[in-house]
Write a protein that binds this ligand. Structure first.
Ligand SMILES: [Zn+2]
Length: 327
């Protein structure tokens, strides 16, 4: 009788341990999945910066409107393109309310042509998604669109706005791209487009907003060699920078080529000042990346912050992704 009791006790204890083990592994599984986006994949351990050809990078940037990527990343895009890397700018809305006089389809078409001209100058590709300006929402359908675009481009680097920004389209573009930062490597999310084997590095564009936390530059690139090319691209966006976007008036529309040339000069001067390195944090980062001597001579720059989602590159990998830091 006593032996039988012991046997029952032993079986009961075994079942209890087994149940606990199963329960524990169920508890741990989602945690392991969550960690996947941050854990080093095979290609990361090898230090390979590219999804495919290690010598050719693929970069995709998402801006809310047909001018956001050009302003924030036009310089570095031209530099990558000049080295044979592939860059694509995507506007997540068609910009169809971004003017004081015209709107709707004609404005969307005009702004698409403007960024196509800018892309030609920069040596990159561009795409404008047909969402209404001012109405972008972080929907599941839009998340799918962003994931497919990142996968189709086989991106090594993805850029976008931070999700705290004055403009709702900027904010939701930031959210949509953040939401894609894990989904792009999930085989069963949008299985119609093959998932990426390596999670890209996600980067934020700079902005001036301080709450809840200010933009922190992780990478600052000198764009002195291409600043004129970038300005050439920006003056193509006449609806925005010559005619005054939503705050313009009739007097800003050039009446002849002389007036147009004068307007272009003003736009160039304004942007040239904007791209000047005035921030001490930028200067410190330039010194770290280029060395003191070269950093002192840098006049114009673009800066980016590494997003906490997606792959977290080491300092050495960042230099491979931005192959511009020859001291
Ligand atoms: Zn914008």
């Amino acid at each position: 009788m006593k032996i039988r009791k012991n046997v029952i006790g032993f079986v009961g204890l075994t079942l209890l341990v087994a149940a606990f083990t199963v329960g524990l592994s169920c508890y741990l599984a989602p945690a392991a999945q969550r960690d996947l986006s941050r854990s080093p994949l095979a290609s990361e351990r090898a230090g390979a910066p590219s999804q495919n050809n290690p010598d050719k990078l693929r970069i995709i940037a998402f801006g809310a409107h047909p001018d956001d990527c050009e302003i924030r990343a036009g310089g570095v895009a031209a530099m990558w393109a000049a080295q044979g890397h592939k860059v694509k700018f995507v506007s997540t809305t068609n910009g169809d309310i971004g003017h004081w006089k015209m709107a709707g389809g004609p404005l969307a078409q005009r702004r698409t042509k403007e960024v196509q001209q800018a892309a030609k100058i920069l040596g990159i590709e561009t795409q404008v998604l047909d969402n209404h300006d001012g109405e972008l929402m972080p929907t599941l359908e839009n998340r799918r669109t962003i994931v497919r675009l990142i996968r189709e481009w086989k991106a090594d680097i993805v850029m976008a706005h931070r999700p705290n920004d004055y403009h709702p389209d900027h904010r939701y573009t930031g959210v949509l791209v953040q939401d894609a930062a894990f989904m792009v490597i999930c085989p069963f999310f949008c299985p119609d487009v093959p998932h990426l084997k390596t999670n890209p590095v996600f980067l934020y564009f700079p902005d001036r907003f301080q709450k809840p936390n200010p933009f922190e530059p992780d990478i600052v690139v000198a764009i002195d060699d291409v600043v004129d090319k970038k300005l050439n691209a920006l003056v193509e966006l006449e609806s925005q920078f010559v005619e005054g976007c939503v705050s313009g008036n009739e007097s800003m529309i050039p009446k002849n080529e002389d007036e147009r040339a004068a307007a272009h000069r003003r736009v160039r001067d304004r942007f040239r000042r904007r791209f000047e390195v005035t921030d001490n944090k930028y200067r410190a980062k330039l010194t770290e990346l280029y060395g003191e001597k070269k950093a002192k001579s840098v006049k114009y720059a673009e800066a980016f912050e590494v997003c906490e989602y997606g792959r977290r590159p080491s300092a050495a990998e960042l230099k491979k992704l931005f192959p511009f830091f020859k001291n």
